[in-house]
Design a protein. Sequence first.
Length: 277
Amino acid sequence: MAAILDWEQLKMAHLVWRINFRSLLNGGSGKLEDSKIKDHTQCDMGKWLHGEGREKFGTNPMYHDLVEYHKIFHEMATNAYQEYSAGNKDRAAVILEKITDHSNALMALIDQFKTVAKSAPVEETKIAGFEPYVWTPAFEIGISQIDGQHKSLVNLTNELGQAVHLRRANHMISEVIYKLEDYTKTHFSAEEMLLESINYKGISEHKQKHSDFIDYLSSYRLQVMNGQKNGMDLHDFLGKWLINHIQVSDRDYVNEINARQQPVEAGLFSRLFRVFS
């Protein structure tokens, strides 16, 4: 059985490196493990990313973003350490500032990926009366970062359906709804940043649909906590709403992007979804 991954500890390890390196620059005695910095696959996060993580999430676009950001962190840290070792403290300090900005984006990406990892479907089991929603290429809109988030939302919707059909306690069902609500807010915020960046003509209506959906989830969760709802109808509603939103509302702005002949996988779009996590 695989060990439970401590994401906060992994984040802290990279933060501690920055603190120790800054201490060295200031004449302190911070300790650095040179071998783990040079090889991004040898720190604890790197071992997981290139082992168990790759096996479980190798097809998820967000996983590949995380691998790339983690690799760049180590490359920048190696350069900074080399400059420091060569006596170029000023150059090392400049690189450290860039590392700090990059590290903040990496930490945010880790936080978003934690939700993906938690919502990843477990080994499929047959539950009487439960029909999970199955992600198919027909749902893809052509922007890998958004497709990855949509897929995670489908997984969370199925997690809710499983909890309901297994007659979990109300507080457990409300926890799944809260997780879905929290991740949906992250996804909607990232998507709205994209729409603002392209001056999408239908952004006001799109934002209103997002707001109404969040309000509905929040209200429903409270009703589950109070024993007024059991979540049975929510699973069906979520699946239908999500599929319609992807295939109608989201495809509309993708069509507008394509009509302008703006690439959706490069430049601004890729940076938006990597930084906003």
